[in-house]
Structures are given as C-alpha cells and as structure tokens.
Design a protein around this ligand. Structure first.
Ligand code: ADP
Length: 213
C-alpha cells in the first residue's frame, strides 16, 4: 500500500466528489498548472486509485477503495476487537454451565483454574453431547467434558483478525480465547478475552461501513 502525499489525497477527494473531471479542472480547483499536476495524476492512475478515460476525464476507482478497506480490515489487531470471555471454574457442574451459557447468551464458555489461568473450552456441542448421555449433570464437573490444554487453540492480542479467522476456519471452531503467556511456565496462559466468528463479521461491517455506508 503506497502512502499518498497530501496533494494526492486532495486530488482523490476532488475526483471522488466531482468525477468524471478533466486534469485541467482538477488543476484549476487546486490553483496549479496542468503540468504541475501531471506526475501526481500519473501515480494515482498507475496505483489504481483513479481511472482515466481519454476525452472524458478522471474517475474515482471504487473497487480500489474497497480493496484498501478489505486490507485494512485484515490487519486489525485482536487486541482492539476482543470481547470479555465468559468463564466458569473448572469444578462447575455441567448443569450450571448450561444455565450460564443461556444467561450470558454465548456459544462457548472458558474454564479457568483458581488463578484465572485458561484450563479448558466448553462449547455448545460439548454440553449437548453430555446432556443426551443421561448423566447426572449436577454431579459432573465441566473439567471432565471440556477440551483441555494443550489442545486449545489460542490467539494473542497482537495477532491480526486475519490470523484469528484462519485459525477458526482451519480448526472448525467458533471462537478463540485471547491469552497472554505467563512468563515462567510453559503452556500456562492468562485468559484476557475472546474472539468469535461474530467478532470478525462485526469488524468487517464496521470497517466497510466507514467508507461505503
Ligand atoms: P460448537 O460445539 O457449538 O459447534 P465449536 O465448533 O467452537 O462450537 O466447538 C467444536 C469443538 O471444538 C468442541 O468440542 C470444543 O470444545 C472445541 N473447541 C472450541 N474452541 C476451541 C479452541 N479454541 N481450541 C480447541 N478446541 C476448541
């Protein structure tokens, strides 16, 4: 992505609002000569920001704009979009976990141990599978049915939404715990958030709406 100069930004704005517009008309609006403007127009046309048609003038390239927005979306950091994780103690009963899932209106719960470290993931299907097994849901702790460390796929706050999306799709999962590594020990993580498929969709809409909405 090329960083545009202030003048190139001004040209883009003029073409966006007035296009199709000739080079001469753009130059007049900026109180410049056509010759002074020529290098900038050449750069913007080559980069794809503008389309030029002989005898008609310059057009704003909306597809290019969409591409820039899409790139911007993909480079957003997990830290800026993460939501609060809904957690339960790993000794919580499966019954109480199901109640929690409904109360919090989420699809996934995270189990933590006494110090708030990520211990497991409990999804809708984990709970359904257990519930149809006719077990005593009040007696059974979630630690027995959850997906445990080291099998949990995690994401760090400084990773991008693109990396989060790839991890969810390739592992067939709906959400990722956002974690901070605890220095001394390996495979122990502090749970600091969650990213879900909804997070990704919402971020996409927000960014696209900023320019196109
Ligand atoms: P659902 O069960 O509602 O379809 P998921 O597709 O997210 O939700 O979960 C599918 C399975 O993957 C479950 O057994 C769940 O415990 C496990 N799982 C969910 N998230 C993760 C994760 N981040 N890392 C590892 N396993 C996960």
């Amino acid at each position: 992505m090329i960083k545009l100069t202030k003048r190139q930004d001004e040209i883009l704005q003029i073409v966006k609002e007035n296009g199709p517009i000739t080079g001469k008309q753009i130059a007049d609006k900026l109180s410049l000569t056509r010759a002074a403007l020529r290098p900038d127009l050449a750069i913007l046309t080559m980069a794809g920001n503008l389309d030029a048609r002989p005898r008609v003038g310059y057009f704003f390239n909306h597809n290019y704009e969409v591409k820039l927005q899409a790139e911007k979306f993909l480079h957003q950091k997990v830290a800026d979009y993460k939501a609060h994780p809904i957690v339960v103690e790993k000794s919580t009963s499966v019954y109480d976990a199901i109640v929690q899932l409904f109360l919090e209106d989420v699809g996934t719960l995270y189990a933590v141990d006494g110090e708030g470290q990520l211990a497991g993931v409990i999804s809708r299907k984990d709970l359904l599978r257990t519930a149809i097994g006719n077990k005593n849901l009040n007696e059974l702790p979630v630690s027995v049915i959850m997906t445990r460390m080291p099998n949990i796929i995690t994401i760090k706050p400084d990773e991008t939404l693109l990396e989060a999306a790839k991890k969810m799709i390739s592992n067939h999962i709906d959400s990722l715990p956002v974690v901070k590594e605890l220095e001394q020990k390996t495979d122990t993580y502090l749970l600091i958030g969650r990213i879900t498929k909804t997070t990704i969709t919402r971020a996409y809409l927000e960014i696209m709406d900023q320019k196109l909405g």
